[in-house]
Ligand binder design. Structure first.
Ligand SMILES: Nc1ncnc2c1ncn2[C@@H]1O[C@H](COP(=O)(O)OP(=O)(O)OP(=O)(O)O)[C@@H](O)[C@H]1O
Ligand SMILES: [Mg+2]
Length: 230
């Protein structure tokens, strides 16, 4: 469960204040697939960083599984990120000197998973995202879509209750982007994992259980597809 209450973030740029996120309010239950659309600069990444405890709000609060993380100390927050939150970044952010399997294993080190177990789990996740036979490849030898599959596997490594994905289909072509989103949906559906995706790509919203549009820092909710269909 993920909750934002009057969540706001203001940046100071020179003498000007930029209100990147303005008074966001929502509650997302376990198992939801929440898709936020918005043009460049509308505040999507800022919101995701606040939700994942990578940045602190100017005002308002964020709760993860009922725990308010707003004023949590750095060490505790860092531990919470490792145990509860999986990030998928637009630019994949894989470590270029580690192969696919090692990139996934690396995510489990801070969670103190033992080496043989890390290896086994990494291979299992690679199998799930259809990259089992490429485990020994460095990111530079993988296509964008393949790197994103590895990044998704890495985000799932510690079995997080919340997955935050920033433009996971980035610059991928539509066919590859659709398969990435379908993979993400299949992997999390029925696991009770909450997914939040921010995106420019219009086809992503087809998979949403909850939708919103972000414009100038303001979130506007749209009827979920389920509501529309019934
Ligand atoms: N650290 C920062 N300092 C100053 N301004 C910032 C900072 N981070 C973001 N901003 C500003 O906040 C606004 C929202 O930025 P954000 O990166 O959240 O947008 P976005 O919707 O993710 O855009 P994109 O689709 O291009 O990734 C922008 O005007 C941006 O310039
Ligand atoms: Mg962004």
């Amino acid at each position: 469960m993920l909750e934002a209450i009057n969540l706001s973030k203001t940046f100071l740029r020179g003498s000007r204040q930029v209100e990147a996120v303005k008074e966001a309010n929502f509650k997302i239950e376990a198992g939801e697939f929440f898709v936020i659309e918005g043009i460049s600069g509308s505040g999507k990444t800022t919101l995701l960083y606040l939700l994942g405890g990578l940045d602190r709000p100017t005002s308002g609060s964020v709760s993860v599984d009922g725990v308010d993380i707003t004023h949590m100390g750095e060490n505790k927050l860092s531990a919470l990120r490792f145990s509860k939150i999986g990030f998928v970044f637009q630019s994949f952010n894989l470590i270029q000197t580690l192969n696919a399997r090692e990139n996934i294993e690396a995510a489990m080190v801070p969670a103190r998973v033992k080496a043989p177990e890390r290896r086994e789990r990494a291979m299992q996740l690679l199998r799930v995202v259809g990259m089992e036979d490429r485990w020994h490849h460095l990111p530079g030898r993988l296509s964008g879509g393949e790197q994103q599959r590895v990044a998704i596997a890495r985000a799932l490594a510690n079995n997080p209750s919340i997955i935050l994905a920033d433009e996971p289909t980035g610059d991928l072509d539509t066919k590859t982007g659709v398969s990435i989103i379908e993979t993400l949906k299949e992997l999390t559906m029925g696991q009770g994992q909450t997914v939040v995706i921010v995106t420019h790509a219009p086809y992503v919203a087809d998979y949403a259980t909850k939708r919103a549009v972000m414009a100038d820092g303001v979130l506007s909710f749209q009827e979920s597809l389920e509501t529309v269909r019934t």
